[in-house]
Design a protein around this ligand. Structure first.
Ligand code: ASP
Length: 344
């Protein structure tokens, strides 16, 4: 399997469409270049590449499904402290770590999710387990933890998730908040614009959620998303990532989508489902639908973020409204891996 670092030179929606993709991942929207050391940039590239490789390997196995591909890729990103999911997740303002994840099967619209979990090592696997071994779609908090323990999933002490990098990020966030009298991220009043850097949602503040979309040999799609949420969120706050139709959606007839961004907006605009609905009901192309949703009313209202999308023909697209772009990558059917950072 070769590794290529390709560059998307175009900013036009249609040209951002890539063909013959079997798996794609994102590692959240990008930090301002000036804030990223070459060493950290290398870690980001490597992390995305490893996730793509793991996901691709999972897809190659006899009888593998797109669910196996997205779960393997997202687990890898959850274990990687460079990304805001699993180990390396952001802190709540109370100094805890609360993780959200979801997964969806495009073949039959089965879905599973967990929210506000603190000890489940791989929330994406917990989400898949909810989907496959319970009658429910979304488990939260203590009930989710108990379900995971009953199902013998890997459980860790919450300290496992904590990194000095994110502890510093929380400290800086709380200092900024104190200086500006700002409300914490995600607690702006409904309808309030959040374009100023003070809100923490634009400028160099990234949305480091991770996600994957995949297509298996049978042409079935799947999507998965996992996150620590937004830096400095209040304990108990749940974003879009575990909400089916907001941060994650998969349906063979339209597309698979995983999102990252300011979750409150992504929930209100039902971003992932809106992209699928435009394809299904309005006949839009994948890239047109993704760009229209990301750059439509939500952006005007101050909602920033990004999506990756894949359809059953293997067409992949990414769209973002953040300044610096999206950490992302994809692998084609023949195993060629491409990783992109920023507005490349
Ligand atoms: N969408 C996530 C949330 O709002 C955050 C992110 O993408 O970084 O919880």
């Amino acid at each position: 399997m070769g590794v290529l670092f390709l560059f998307d030179v175009s900013v036009f929606a249609e040209e951002r469409l890539v063909k013959d993709v079997v798996l794609a991942v994102h590692g959240g929207t990008a930090y301002a270049r000036a804030d990223v050391t070459p060493e950290f940039e290398k870690l980001l590239r490597q992390g995305l590449e490893h996730a793509l490789r793991k996901g691709y390997e999972a897809l190659q196995k006899e009888g593998a499904t797109s669910l196996d591909g997205v779960e393997a890729a997202v687990r890898e990103l959850e274990d990687d402290p460079a990304f805001n999911a699993g180990r390396g997740a952001v802190f709540t303002r109370e100094g805890t770590i609360e993780l959200d994840a979801s997964i969806m099967d495009g073949k039959d619209k089965r879905a599973g999710a967990v929210a506000s979990v603190t000890t489940i090592r791989n929330p994406v696997t917990a989400a898949r387990t909810v989907m496959e071994r319970s009658r429910h779609v979304l488990f939260v908090g203590a009930g989710a933890e108990k379900f995971a323990a009953d199902q013998k999933l890997d459980v860790v002490d919450s300290e496992y998730f904590q990194t000095p990098r994110q502890r510093d990020a929380l400290k800086r966030y709380l200092e900024r908040e104190l200086q500006s009298g700002d409300r914490p991220a995600g607690l702006e009043k409904q309808g309030e614009k959040t374009e100023s850097k003070k809100s923490g949602s634009t400028g160099s503040s990234p949305h480091g959620t991770v996600g994957a979309v995949a297509r298996d040999r049978a042409g079935n799609l799947a999507a998965a998303t996992s996150t620590g949420g937004m830096n400095g969120k209040r304990s108990g706050r749940v974003g879009d990532s575990p909400v089916i139709g907001a941060g994650t959606y998969a349906e063979n007839a339209s597309c698979a989508v995983s999102a990252t961004g300011h979750g409150e907006f992504f929930i209100r605009w039902t971003v992932a489902h809106d992209i699928a609905a435009r394809i299904k009901y309005a006949g839009q192309s994948l890239s047109q639908a993704a760009n229209d949703v990301i750059h439509g009313d939500m952006e005007k209202a101050g909602g920033r973020g990004a999506v990756i999308g894949l359809n059953s023909r293997g067409e992949f697209t990414a769209a973002w409204s953040t300044k610096e772009g999206l950490y992302r990558g994809y692998v084609t059917r023949d195993g060629q891996i491409s990783v992109m950072l920023y507005e490349e």
